[in-house]
Design a protein around this ligand. Sequence first.
Ligand code: FES
Ligand SMILES: [Fe+2]
Length: 345
Amino acid sequence: MLVTQQKVLRRFWYATMPVSMLDDGPQPFKLLGESIVLWKGNGGKPHALRDRCCHRTAKLSKGFVDDEGNIACGYHGWTYDCSGKCVKIPQNPGGQIPSSAIVQSYRCEERYGYVWVALEEPLQPIPEFPEEGAPGYRRILQFYEKWNTSPLRMMENSFDNSHFSFVHKSNFGLFTNPQPSKYEFRPNEWGFEAETHVPVRNPPASFRITGTTEDVTERHLVNRWYMPFSRRFGCQYPASGVHHIIYNCATPIDDSTMMLAQWLYRNDSEQACSTQELVDWDRPITDEDRDILEATDYDACIDIQRQQECHMESDKPGLLMRRMLVKLLADHGEREVFREPDEVR
Ligand code: FES
Ligand SMILES: [Fe+2]
């Protein structure tokens, strides 16, 4: 799926960057191929505009935030409020500001420590993640990095529990047990929930992650897909009662790149397992996923027929996702746009 070609994808909220990055001033971001600038206004609320000054096209992300919380262009100081209206032309003080002096603005909200942006009127609110602010849970920002793959590949991988035995064999994957466990699916209009129980290796390095010291332990997974490119990895370790709940947003930058925004909720204490341990544990696992996904032909059409014939249990979530996305496109008068497999990139 060439994400920049599918207009309906502009009608969802995406996690763009940690809000703390805006403490350093305006920042550029590319969302679905569109260059935007993000900044923090007065009161700390984030704002998003197209990253082009309407005077002589300088990137507003090169500018600065003024005392009123507006964004000023770094070239000649034209200044814009959060609606994109030009409110100041320093070379013409007290003069009329033409009504055409306006820059495209976008919906922008802070949630879960991230700046969320929707390019066009959203079909759905920002997804609700119930662990946020719930008693006993702490939030840990884990990873924020660009991946050279597509968000759909990232999403299908995150529900595919047959890759554990291969991609993650050096940490939690059981190489001798490649048969994936069955999911129970509960689809809804905007995604699905998929529940399963997966045996995993529990080397000493993961004792404080899992909260248990058995050689092999179980993950009870209640995962969720939030259309189009967010997911919950709802992992509980029944042996200890520890929850390790990861949210991933695979934010589409352009047709060949996505931004991984990943954070974690734990129901234990910093003493039981520190933030650094939790980042260090998931770092190599995330790198392994990235490495294999960057090695896929990530925007080619998937042969749904062939995958169905293989009866691969672990392909089911990805196929269901794709079917639901194709239906979403059709409901909005679009068809999936993709490259032919093996076309030279
Ligand atoms: S280009 Fe922005 S003020 Fe001139
Ligand atoms: Fe993985």
